[in-house]
Design a binder for this molecule. Structure first.
Ligand code: GTP
Ligand code: SPV
Ligand code: MN
Length: 580
């Protein structure tokens, strides 16, 4: 397969003349292509087959131990002007970015096959979808892209029809950190990534395209590309509300998107549209509609078990790629929090020894097609997407942030999003557990200046006729002993129920300077083992701590200088004043 689109053909030819692969393979996206690539990877040891009785068609991939997570310090947004990338991004000029990274690509595919992957982010027939082509020398990337995106022949046809596509060039290079760079050129709609085979660095359709490049495009075109799950919540009466939730990496999106309702909420059903990325478009009626640009999940494995997330647990028992998990003696995947089995071999392939640390890497991942999910919504394939009733921000915070609160209006909601802070996790290389600002859960993913991004968010306050309500949640509040105060997982539906009731004007709330909080009696706590004191802590605010928080948010906003939208500053000052 080659292409009738000369711009694509000449880019592929030119890339090959620089990277010097032994051969070129145009991916068709068929199941037989996937099977053949898997066979080759089993033969050369890139994959290991897992226990066929318990995990049919599942494979383990062990990455280089130096290449297990995103690398924000090596990720750049290259725009002509530094201010356009903003203080939230690492920046060099496009000329410098190309020069730096091109030097590493010279001859890097010698002895390897170059794969050309046409892909479509979003349903093939959706006006909201956007296409790209990833060139890579990694078969692991190809099989992951097959599960995660609509890739191959149909995508190529769409690209040839419209003529435009995001160009993504990737090579695993030599995997050394010194020669690893993830470069974005939003003004040219292109990406160059070298030196890593890990998900967010290498599956270019995901964070690089669908968030960094797409957020930049979305601003120009009047929509939003967000780090959000999309879920449909069906009440016993059959009413369905769709909500989109932005939580930072490894803070609960996949789990919330496929939660199983608690026994004490009979008749409720949960439908998964997406677990990581949402593209939000105003429609002709002035509503906000969401599509999930992906068609698979690249999810955190540790913590997944039958109690926390039975849907995910069942979903990853067949046709799944595991990366960096441990193995039991009978070749089943094993991870911390699995509840059954014991590890025999750790994620590095050594005999398991507790003194070497965890058996599975804390950022070990599963890759699986969305259709494996028992709660999959077929509307994930609907070209028109789903209408969004509420936007929910959240973070991982031991202290301060209550279980849930509602913003008073859209502008306040944008401030709530801009002020999101969360403890860092193993999804990025670096220290874990440090609270940092992660506005809209987009700190690592916004392809332009956050000040301009917030202005863009604020603009929807005027352009939409039906504004989603905005909320903030925190499932991770702890007591003095370090125990979670809230049971989380399926029980989070109790909080989402309150959120829907607020959207439908069915429940009153307690007004505070930071927003509306639930009266404890309005949260469904039936059969829940939670003390009145814990519930009180979860549904009240400490004014002194919040005064400090608003001061800190103000200081953070100051780092965006003159570009910061006035309305955001005014919101922060108003709340700070009300708290004092
Ligand atoms: P990315 O894929 O990195 O964007 O992560 P994510 O936001 O999808 O997070 P995910 O749902 O994979 O959860 C990350 C970790 O948090 C897992 O170890 C989960 O078991 C744990 N977790 C998820 N939801 C909850 C919750 O409600 N309470 C508690 N205590 N832990 C949770
Ligand atoms: C995240 O880190 O937010 C992820 C995993 O969803 S990755 O694809 O690596 O970005
Ligand atoms: Mn994510």
């Amino acid at each position: 397969m080659t292409t009738t689109l000369s711009a694509l053909q000449s880019w592929v030819d030119q890339t090959a003349s620089i990277t010097l692969p032994d051969s070129i393979h145009w991916c068709t996206g068929t199941d037989s292509e996937y099977q053949e690539m898997v066979r080759n990877m089993l033969a050369d040891g890139t994959l290991t087959r897992l226990n066929e009785e318990h995990f049919p068609d599942c494979y383990l991939h062990r990455s280089d131990p130096n290449d297990v997570a995103r690398v924000e310090h090596l990720t750049f947004v290259c725009t002509e002007s530094k201010e356009d990338a903003g203080p939230n991004n690492n920046w060099v000029t496009p000329a410098e970015g190309h020069a730096k990274v091109d030097a590493l690509f010279a001859g890097c595919m010698r002895g390897r096959t170059m794969y050309v992957i046409p892909y479509c982010m979003g349903p093939i027939d959706s006006p909201y979808s956007r296409c790209g082509v990833e060139i890579t020398d990694s078969p692991y990337v190809v099989i992951n892209m097959k599960l995660m995106t609509r890739m191959g022949k149909k995508a190529l046809e769409r690209i040839e029809k419209y003529g435009d596509f995001v160009r993504g060039l990737h090579s695993t290079g030599d995997l050394s950190l010194e020669r690893r760079l993830i470069m974005h050129f939003p003004e040219e709609l292109s990406i160059k990534s070298i030196g890593s085979g890990y998900g967010g660095n290498a599956l270019l359709g995901k964070k690089c395209h669908a968030l960094r490049i797409a957020s930049y495009q979305a601003r120009q075109e009047g929509w939003l590309a967000e780090h959000m799950l999309i879920v449909g919540l069906e009440s016993p009466e059959g009413e369905v509300h769709y909500i989109a939730c932005a939580f930072p990496s490894a803070c609960g999106k996949t789990n919330l998107a496929m939660l199983i309702p608690p026994d004490s909420m009979p008749g409720w059903r949960v439908w998964t549209l997406g677990d990581d990325i949402a593209w939000l478009h105003p429609d002709k009626d002035g509503k906000l509609r969401a599509i999930n640009p992906e068609s698979g999940y690249f999810g955190v494995v540790p913590g997944t078990n039958e109690m926390t997330n039975k849907n995910a647990y069942d979903m990853i028992r067949h046709d799944t790629i595991f990366t960096n998990v441990a193995l039991t003696a009978d070749n089943q995947p094993w991870w911390e929090g699995k509840k059954d089995g014991v590890p025999a071999t750790d994620w590095k392939g050594r005999k398991y020894d507790a003194t070497n640390g965890k058996a599975a890497h804390p950022n070990s991942r599963f890759t699986v097609a969305a259709t494996n999910n028992p709660s999959y919504s077929s509307l994930a394939d609907a070209p028109e997407g789903v209408p969004i009733a509420a936007i929910v921000f959240g973070g991982r915070r031991k202290e301060l942030a209550p279980l849930v609160y509602e913003a008073k209006n859209w502008e306040h909601g944008v401030l709530v999003g801009a002020g999101v802070a969360s403890e860092t996790t193993a999804a990025n290389v670096g220290e874990v557990g440090i609270v940092r600002r992660d506005p809209m859960a987009m700190k690592p993913f916004c392809g332009y200046n956050f000040a301009d991004y917030w202005a863009h968010w604020l603009s929807f306050g005027k352009s939409l006729s039906y504004l989603p309500r905005v909320f903030h949640v925190n499932w991770f509040r702890q007591d003095a002993k370090g125990e979670f105060l809230w049971p989380g997982f399926g029980d989070n539906l109790r909080v989402l129920n309150w959120i829907i009731d607020r959207c439908e004007h069915r429940v009153e709330a307690r007004e505070t300077p930071i927003g509306y909080l639930p009266y404890p009696q309005d949260l469904n706590t039936k059969n829940l083992d939670i003390s009145a004191a814990a519930l009180e802590t979860l549904t009240t605010i400490d004014r002194e701590q919040w005064r400090e928080e608003l001061k800190s948010v103000g200081e953070y906003l100051n780092t965006y200088g003159e570009r910061l939208p006035k309305a955001l500053r005014e919101q922060q000052q108003k709340i700070a004043a009300e708290l004092s």
